[in-house]
Design a protein around this ligand. Structure first.
Ligand code: SDX
Length: 425
């Protein structure tokens, strides 16, 4: 029996349908609200508003549950590879061995980036933040692949997906190479996808390079943990930009820019900078907790809190465990890890954080692993983008396949009423 919601406003009573998803989440469908009442809803930050129906990711913020296409993040992080999870997110099912091999082979057909793209990256100063360079290079890929993808043509869509997966990884590492003044590397089709990340980043022309398999495994898991997260800020941006039928590269470029913000993906860099500041200041975590609670102090405990998770972010649990294992295996002693643990323990006991359900999120520990793996701090959010790429692709594809309307929210105007023009000159 379908549920309805009754709304009474200005003496008018209307009924609105309530839709229920496969995990029993419900939403009032306000599609007809303005037609029926002339009234709209308003919800800054969309804390209570759904933008779409989606079959890709389910998360329960109260219970700390995260699933990609119905599989738990714990299972996927433990048992699958990043490319396998990418395939699952994008095409809806785990690939057979043959499908996975074919997917990797087809990505390899598109790992060469047009040499003229180097002229674009040459235009950036070495000091440019890698996320700004990555967003620009991603958008520039359109210049070399101008034909808009016909999303209803399975072959064209598949090729655009493989092209994006192949080229994005290369240009993402170019941002690091550029900052170091190193020559830009090419994808090595004899190596695996995640191993290639290390090769693209750290292979120097002066000698052989072999990625540490422990690091490759840890990165594979980290990329899985970042692969999708339903309608977060950057994914919503990708869907919004794509809803105007802008191309996949242009939409992902916009997602990169949204992810860059320190309240979103940029938090992993901000966490490390915060922990280093605490370390430099003598490691007094209580002092910084007090700053985080002080409304007059703009300081926030980066890596803590989440719009949806009002319990532990399940990814944070997995990454915290992986951080300990990776540092032990690599024999890395990092005082920053001890500070992070001390800060976490104190915050979890503190009434301010407890009363606001503020727990460590995905960004709290990830930077500690990246640092141990030799990734520079200003590349941390690029790492997040590499992981999130298949999720952005999957969500863009779903939005286009569902033929969703162009995103165009309304507003409530609070400015001047009509006034006669009188020049102030
Ligand atoms: C990601 O959405 C996603 O799914 C994102 C993500 C993904 O995978 O795509 O999970 C990735 O972006 C993780 C979040 C990374 N950001 C940070 O770690 C930055 C620090 N966190 C905060 O800025 C904040 O918690 C947000 C932005 C993450 C969430 O903010 P909300 O939901 O808008 O919550 P809010 O700002 O309304 O805070 C509610 C209260 C406020 O206090 P009161 O006004 O009630 O007194 O909690 C306080 C806030 O001041 N608060 C914090 C805090 N986070 C919230 N106080 C101190 N330190 C913090 N980190």
């Amino acid at each position: 029996m379908s549920k309805i919601a009754t709304l009474e406003v200005d003496g008018q009573k209307i009924e609105l349908p309530v839709i229920t998803g496969s995990e029993n989440e419900s939403a009032i469908d306000i599609n007809k609200l303005r037609d029926l009442t002339g009234i709209i809803t308003i919800d800054p930050g969309y804390k209570n508003s759904g933008s779409c129906k989606s079959e890709i990711t389910f998360l329960d913020g109260e219970l700390g549950i995260l699933r990609y296409r119905g599989y738990s993040i714990e299972d996927l992080a433990e048992k699958a590879s990043f490319l396998e999870v990418s395939y699952l997110l994008i095409f809806g099912e785990l690939p057979t061995a043959q499908q996975l091999e074919q997917f990797e082979t087809d990505i390899k057909k598109h790992t060469l980036v047009n040499e003229e793209m180097k002229n674009i990256i040459d235009g950036f100063p070495k000091t440019a933040h890698p996320m700004g360079v990555l967003s620009a290079l991603t958008s520039a890929l359109t210049a070399f692949n101008p034909k808009a993808v016909n999303v209803d043509n399975e072959k064209e869509m598949y090729e655009a997906i493989c092209k994006t997966m192949g080229k994005f990884l290369v240009i993402a590492t170019w941002t690091y190479r550029k900052s170091m003044g190193y020559p830009l590397n090419y994808y090595d089709n004899t190596k695996g996808y995640v191993e290639n990340f290390m090769h693209l980043m750290f292979q120097l022309p002066t000698g052989p390079y072999k990625a540490n398999p422990i690091i490759v495994d840890a990165l594979d898991k980290l990329f899985i943990l970042h692969a999708d997260h339903e309608q977060n800020c950057s994914t919503s941006t990708v869907r919004m930009v794509g809803s105007s039928h802008a191309g996949l590269f242009a939409s992902i470029s916009a997602g990169v820019s949204a992810l860059w913000g320190p309240l979103h993906g940029g938090a992993n860099q901000a966490v490390l900078e915060m922990l280093e500041e605490i370390n430099k200041d003598g490691g007094d975590t209580e002092k910084f907790l007090a700053k985080a609670k002080d409304k007059n102090d703009p300081f926030r405990l980066m890596g803590f809190g989440h719009r949806v998770y009002k319990n532990f972010d399940p990814r944070a649990r997995i990454i915290k465990k992986a951080a300990k294992e990776v540092l032990e295996t690599l024999g890395v002693e990092d005082p920053i890890l001890e500070i992070a643990k001390k800060l976490e323990a104190a915050a979890l006991e503190d009434e301010y954080f407890k009363s606001r359900n503020l727990y460590p999120n995905v960004d709290f520990y990830s930077g500690i692993i990246y640092r141990a793996l030799g990734i520079p701090t200003d590349m941390f959010t690029v790492m997040f983008a590499i992981g999130r790429l298949p999720g952005w692709i999957a969500q863009w594809k779903e939005m286009r396949e569902n033929k969703e309307p162009i995103g165009r929210p309304r507003q409530i105007y609070t400015g001047h009423p009509l006034r006669e023009f009188k020049s102030n000159k």
